[in-house]
Design a protein around this ligand. Structure first.
Ligand SMILES: *Cc1c(COP(=O)(O)O)cnc(C)c1O
Length: 381
């Protein structure tokens, strides 16, 4: 059998494994930060209508610049993130992962580097590798916040071309203060100048206002968002960025022609028509997230404050054994490889109840067992 490494693949891809959370068929799946609520029926009907309309024109290429959709996203940001954004400041692609890829193709690439403060979203490192961009693993404090002094020192010393700031951070749930982003941006401008990419995939779930206003007057600062989490549309594949119009012009140098299908554009436009209903689900999930934090703390777990739709909890002498013990009770959570911690996504109230019951039992079992040495998994975040 021919293996990947038998083929003349690029040296940096040899021996690597692809991104992927293990999907297991269990009753309660709280491992991939998806929104547990299916799209409401009126929205499903509206998608069918708009897709039918788009289907009649499928003999033609889609709107290459997705102007109607970008205008809709600009209106959404203006309304919900409290800062006016124009269509010329917004760019959309197939998931924010593609947006990040386009940013790295534009501002990273061979001979260039990107930095992230880990543990953080592992795709920042993986897409860097895929685009030939060198990866620098920057530091994070013991409480999972970004240590500004250590981070700015790293930027000054290594002069990365792209700086990733994930806020709220996956997998820890930690929000990043605007002052921290400004300090990192200042360091990046002094060392580079380079680009700062703020990944706000979980922005809608935060207790804090969006970092969107920071793009004003800072052409090197980019904010990315997605419809995968708050809009409950992970299957749609729609991500976007907001930045200076020059950034939007720049990424067009690397995007594939007609990268965003007419079907995707039509579906995303239908979803935007139902923003208020979808943001209603976000409010329910925020309440459930806060309940998970409170109840896990009451059980006795050490819980990381969360601004996202998931919660990091521990500590476990052996997090993999704890992950397995929860799985044995029908609950799938995520082992992100953060020593002693696991991550649970806020699901429906019933799913969260099932998880909390299992977590209570596992905690009691832990108390009655002598500690083992930590088994650190290689699984990606
Ligand atoms: C889920 C997630 C994304 C979303 O990626 P899509 O390609 O839009 O589905 C982006 N960034 C972070 C930090 C995420 O957790």
């Amino acid at each position: 059998m021919t293996r990947v490494d038998d083929l003349p693949v690029r040296a940096e891809l040899r021996g690597q494994s692809p991104y992927g959370a293990p999907q297991l068929d269990v009753p309660v799946r709280l491992n991939t930060n998806e929104n547990p609520y299916p799209l409401p029926e009126p929205l499903v009907a509206r998608i069918a209508e708009r897709v039918a309309e788009a289907a009649r024109g499928l003999n033609r290429y889609p709107d290459r610049d997705a102007v109607e959709l970008r205008a809709g996203l600009a209106r959404y940001l203006t309304r919900t993130a409290g800062h006016p954004v124009g269509v010329e400041q917004v760019w959309a692609a197939n998931g924010s992962n593609e947006v990040i890829q386009q940013l790295l193709q534009t501002f990273g690439g061979p001979g260039r580097t990107a930095i992230g403060f880990e543990p953080s979203y592992s795709m920042h490192a993986l897409i860097s590798r895929g685009t030939g961009t060198g990866w620098i693993s920057g530091p994070r404090g013991d409480d999972f916040t970004i240590d500004v002094a250590a981070a700015t020192r790293e930027i000054a010393e290594r002069a990365p071309d792209v700086v990733f700031v994930c806020s709220p951070n996956n997998p820890t749930g930690t929000a990043v203060a605007a002052e921290t982003v400004l300090a990192l941006h200042e360091a990046a401008m002094a060392a580079g100048p380079s680009m700062v990419v703020v990944d706000e995939a979980y922005g809608e779930f935060s207790h804090r206002p969006s970092l969107l206003p920071l793009i004003d007057g800072r052409p090197n600062l980019v904010l990315t968002r997605t419809m995968s989490k708050a809009f409950g549309a992970a299957g749609l594949r729609l991500g976007y960025l907001a930045a200076d119009p020059a950034v939007v012009d720049a990424v067009q140098l690397v995007r594939l022609p007609y990268h965003l299908s007419s079907i995707t554009q039509a579906t995303a436009l239908a979803a935007l028509e139902h923003t208020d209903t979808l943001l209603g689900y976000v409010e329910q999930l925020k309440a459930e997230r806060d309940r998970l934090v409170a109840e896990l703390t009451a059980i006795g777990y050490e819980v990381t404050a969360s601004d996202a739709n998931f919660v990091q909890f521990g500590r476990f002498a052996d997090s993999h054994a704890a992950w397995q013990a929860l799985l044995d009770r029908g609950v799938l959570v995520r082992d992100n490889g953060v020593p002693g911690r696991l991550r649970v996504t806020a699901g429906t109230p019933a799913e969260n109840d099932a998880f909390l019951d299992a977590a209570r039992t596992v905690f009691k079992e832990q108390q009655s067992r002598p500690p083992r040495t930590e088994h650190r998994t290689e699984e990606s975040v």
